[in-house]
Design a protein around this ligand. Sequence first.
Ligand code: ADP
Ligand code: MG
Length: 322
Amino acid sequence: EHLINQIKAGEVVERPYNVVKELVENAVDAKASQLHIELLDGGKQLIRITDNGIGIASSQLFTALERHATSKINKFEDLEKLASFGFRGEALPSIASICHFTIKSRPASQEVGKEIHIQYGKKSSEKDLSMPCGTVVQIKDLFSNVPVRLKFLKSTATEFTHIHDFLTAMAFANPHISFRFSHNGRDVFFYHAKKNLNERFIEIVGLDSKEYTEVNYSRGTFKITGFAGLPSAAKTTPSYFITFVNGRYVKDKIVRSGILQGYQGLLTKGLISPALIFTEVDPSWVDVNAHPSKTEIRFYDASSIQELVSIGIQNAVKESVH
Ligand code: ADP
Ligand code: MG
């Protein structure tokens, strides 16, 4: 079992980003309204996620660290739905097998919380402690027992960028949650809870309401919604293109090219405008075998998707310009 966890972890956890993704998704699943993500050295030294969600009962805390201990699968359809989120009850044990791992949690129904420390997959201590309601998961020295992974880790800046982009996307997708992100002891951003996506877009991108337009276009089972900056908001710096496909955050070449194509002829050459784009496509258009923990996906008919995205963007932007 110990070995299985390490093998599984080696497969699915490639870099600090994968850990942050699993932990943030757990916190969102736990209905947290406040999230604090702290990193040292791009997550290589330390990742700590503090949430104010429902917590885990002390009697269940160790169980949550065992394989297939998910509290989320009840029916077969759940299994199918969860498939898109990667691990199924395996994230915590896998991660705990490749670092110094600490989890603390307290549900509102308990006076005190519990803390468990795991060293490379083996429990090394546990104790009761007083803490606010919610959960804190801390990962120190990720991969320190997996030399191959350690060797191929990228620079702090690269790891930071992956995590930063993902957290920004999560903040867009969950406007009602406050996201605080700190790196090496400094706040990178602190997005407060907002009423809707519109307000969050303005908060993150820093545009006023005259500088962007809503995107809303569909054809058949294809649908594109979101916000696109108008030419007046364009900058030379590569600004935000945040894209989701079927609810999943992706950094997809095709969607990106579609956005750029949509802006063609509308922006001064060399300038780029921020956009937040949600694309819904028929699930049969996407290769489901593309790895769930990756941010790339594969479309069977890439050129049609690119074309449809570009039409959606172009329609919205043109209409507001004229
Ligand atoms: P999964 O998310 O697929 O269920 P995980 O290994 O990520 O599997 O988590 C195992 C279980 O631990 C979850 O099903 C959930 O019950 C509990 N859990 C994990 N993280 C949190 C959290 N931040 N708040 C509350 N419960 C959590
Ligand atoms: Mg999980």
